[in-house]
Design a binder for this molecule. Sequence first.
Ligand code: MOS
Length: 729
Amino acid sequence: MFMPDDLSAPRLEAGLKVTGAARYAADLRVEGLLHAALVAATIPSGRVLGVDATRARRLPGFIDIMTHENAPRVARPGFLIPLQDPRVHFAGQPVALVVAGTPHQAALAAAAVEVCYEEWAAVTSIGQSHGTAFAPATAGLVATDSRRGDPERAIAEAEQVLVRRYTTAANNHHPIEPHSVMACWDQGRLTVRTTTQAVFAHRNAIAACFGLPVERVRVVCEYLGGGFGTKGGAWFSGLTLGIMAARHAGRPVKLELTRAQMFTMVGRRQETIQQVKLAATRQGRLTAIRQDTVAQTSTYADYADPTGTLARLLYACPNVATSHRLVRVNAPQPNPMRAPGEGPGSFALESALDELAEALGIDPVELRCRNFADHDQHAGLPWSSNGLLACYRAGADAFGWARRPRACASLRAGRHLLGWGMASACYPVYRMASEADVRIHRDASILVRCGTQDMGTGTITVLGQLAAAALGVRLTSVRVEIGDTLLPEGPYSGGSHATASFAPAVEEAALSLRQHLIGLAVADPLSPLYGLAANEVAIADGYVKSIAGNRSEPLAELAARLAPDGLVASARAAPDPKPRHSSYGFGAVFAEVRVDPELGEVRVARLTAAYAAGRILNPLLARSQFVGGLVGGIGMALHEATLMDERLGRILDDSLSGYLIPTHADMPCFDIHLLEEVDPHLASGVKGIGMLGTVGTAAAIANAVFHATGRRLRDLPMRPEHLLGPAAP
Ligand code: MOS
């Protein structure tokens, strides 16, 4: 039993999940359901000449095959909807879809489909498309290029200059729950149960794509087993295939992706090559920063992570330029993946800062403190709040940074080398419009409704907590409904948007319901509160009571008498279109690594991180989310790489045994400090924390590897062969 003042409530749905009672999208069934399986292109570039389903048609359970010749015609600019034309853009692109009675029958029939291609020359790596880099329209949500001052001149005149090249590998998201969609058409109405980070955005996109009014499309997603960005826009193409198949077959159809298809069908973190130039005075004051990124995109759409954002604003510097360029590769389309931009960008920037600290003989924390930006020089705005200096202090103290010897390879534990490294973390505060409503029933139980979704991070719980706190009731009496477009329109779960967006809406709805209830109480002659002024009455612990403390009534009695049919309050909260402050969450990550000098194996022994990220609504869940973010950083640093066979243009090792991810055995000891931060300029004081844990983490680990070994690794992931091979200059 958790009281509403117990901030650290565990997830409300945890029991349902651990007992298997929570029904994920792929668990759902409907009458007459058919199952789809995809046939994927085996060539990276070309066109389909013919699809032969003769063998497939003879197999048990075969019902239907859809190819570019007979698929329903749909369109959405900027997205590749498969089966609309014979073009093949990358290996793994769906070229046909088979529908059968069971998932197994569908998979067997799909495997029996024979496709004939005309194969064209393919570009299978960034290197091969050298010289064809182009500027995308935007990098994430920000401008592609930036420039202030005169970085070239400052570099030419600087006392200390550092020019380095860093690379990051293509990564795939791999939530535990693979993507699925179950589509049911019923008399021109469409119900889609799917794995989505954005029920409303997907509803709107589906309606536009299929030419339906939005009222005729319902998208439902009750639970998610992780997302990390892959269940946002990137899933649209696959989602659409399921809907098209249901329309074509005239029956409900379910499509579930295999793990292998999650390497090709649902986005990826793009591969980057980043050049960083730093110029500084001997005292370590930055006089210029350049960060120029070249990254991979597909042959049919543009996507650029905002890799250079932190170079623009994290440190005080008069001369800064950043750029983002793309090259087209016959490979899957990239999309946002956990801390998109700031994650890989901070690896380069924060590694370079560590190299500068080394070159100048200045402590890495001290170097960063000397370059603290007291306002956002890129936007020309004051920070709404910036706890970065406090994060350095808290993190360094907890980690024991003061005891760090300056020299590399000077800490040992038995036969292992130990190293200590650190980096800054920073991620923007994003917010979008959100609606929510809060209802009280006659028994004083509360229902919160918001059409957002919970990736597993605690959205359901936090929605309940916000309403419980505002209404003065126990969390156990609150029920939360999310994940359905029949609910009030909620935010998408991505870019750390969700909580910062719905918190002000649900708080406003709950407070307005509270005011309404108090108003009813003081106006009702049967209530002990009758005749008091509204501001003399509070609701707490399930009671309406006078603040003086001498009169009270159980909320349930009041509700039963005055709102027998229940009472609801709705609210909509939208961000200020022209904010007068720049809002970011900040942090500092400290890593201890243990390196086996003979095997080149790197283990992260400790990660200490301090974050100043606005109001923390639930410390237990926030800590857990930061652990998740840090683990994502460990994966980027040491494990994850989606490799392409450059000859065939196909993904190598498209399974979780080939694609390395951090496992329990790779977990360090986490020491996470959530600093108290009151930001009066943010609605509900919330900054969002989903992405922040991944920012800086890979750099802190790389910097620790340098400290342990004297070897500077500038390419992610850092694998044993890199430490054992010849040293980079
Ligand atoms: Mo995210 S990477 O915006 O889910």
